[in-house]
Design a protein around this ligand. Structure first.
Ligand code: NCD
Length: 305
């Protein structure tokens, strides 16, 4: 079965192909307008979402398909105690492909066992978020022209930020990558990612706490929100939430060629005044996410255009 649970299921060549398709969709949307005619995408969101769910739905509509689904666990039979396995087995009878977000790490993987149709992980707890990474990759490609020789700063909640984990894995396969991991002590990248991904691939990295000091060396700055919903106590969240705030003054320390990415939603970590800086790419990233999801749906449904 074609699923996307972890970004590493896609080879570098497959990612190149998805980017090629996304760029072709951008140039020739009419070519794709009926590509998924008669197909249905189910969005099963057991956790809040704006961009991911709506971009999946917009993606399917723009491919000429239809969508069904739910946007909160309490409006599905999960509220009655139904298991993920049974819910997706049911939805697999109605839909041709499923995009699923769940607070429990591994839930989309469990879903692949009973769905009977392709399952896409649209975010599982503090673990992975492979389709956000596809949006990030298309953004990096369009801003930088490729993926090699980049110093990438990841800043904020690197512990619970699932988009960070998937992006580190994806970027670890390209030449000349360096990571600058900027976080408070309590929100550092999990050890398993440092050892199994970064060190295993001999990627130079540093773990630091200062954003200002490290700004000048970055080609990409990937800002993230402190993931309130994954904290065990509110006091820790309140203490850490405003550790980093990117302001126009801090942007002055960055290269002219810097690209600032953020998976969004933003809370306080990027001042609204930064939005007008030409180096701010986070709203372009939103649009890129829709095109990459279109390309992914075509791939998983094995639709040739
Ligand atoms: C991210 C997520 O859900 O992990 N949002 C998104 O999908 N763009 C990031 C976040 O919620 O902070």
């Amino acid at each position: 079965m074609n699923n996307l649970i972890d970004i590493m299921q896609l080879s570098v060549e497959e990612i190149d192909k998805l980017i090629e398709t996304a760029l072709d969709i951008i140039d020739n949307p009419e070519k794709y307008a009926e590509a998924c005619h008669g197909k249905k995408l189910a969005t099963l969101f057991f956790e809040p979402s704006t961009r991911t769910r709506l971009s999946f739905e917009a993606a399917m509509y723009e491919l000429g398909g239809n969508v069904l689904g739910f946007s909160a666990a309490n409006s599905s039979s999960a509220a009655k105690g139904e298991s993920v396995a049974d819910t997706v087995r049911t939805v697999g009878c109605y839909a041709d492909i499923i995009a699923m977000r769940h607070p429990k790490e591994g839930a989309p993987l469990v879903a692949t066992r009973t769905a009977g149709v392709p399952v896409i992980n649209a975010g599982d707890g503090g673990h992975n978020h492979p389709t956000q990474t596809l949006a990030d990759l298309l953004t990096i490609y369009r801003e930088k022209g490729g993926f090699e020789n980049l110093t990438i700063g990841l800043c904020g909640d690197l512990k619970f930020g699932r988009t960070v984990h998937s992006l580190i894995s994806a970027m670890s396969r390209y030449k000349g990558i360096k990571f600058v991991l900027i976080s408070p002590e309590e929100l550092k990248v999990p050890k398993y990612i440092i050892s199994d991904v970064i060190e295993k691939n001999n990627i130079p990295y540093e773990e630091v706490t200062s954003l200002e000091e490290n700004m000048p060396k970055l080609d990409i700055l990937y800002m993230t929100r402190v993931q309130r919903e994954r904290f065990f106590n509110e006091a820790d969240y309140l203490r850490l939430k405003d550790t980093y705030v990117l302001t126009p003054d801090k942007m002055k320390l960055g290269k002219d060629s810097l690209s600032v990415l953020h998976p969004l939603p933003r809370v306080n970590e990027i001042s609204v005044a930064v939005d007008d800086d030409p180096r701010a790419c986070y709203f372009k990233q939103v649009l890129n996410g829709k095109y990459m999801r279109m390309a992914l749906i075509l791939k998983l449904l094995e639709v040739e255009v």
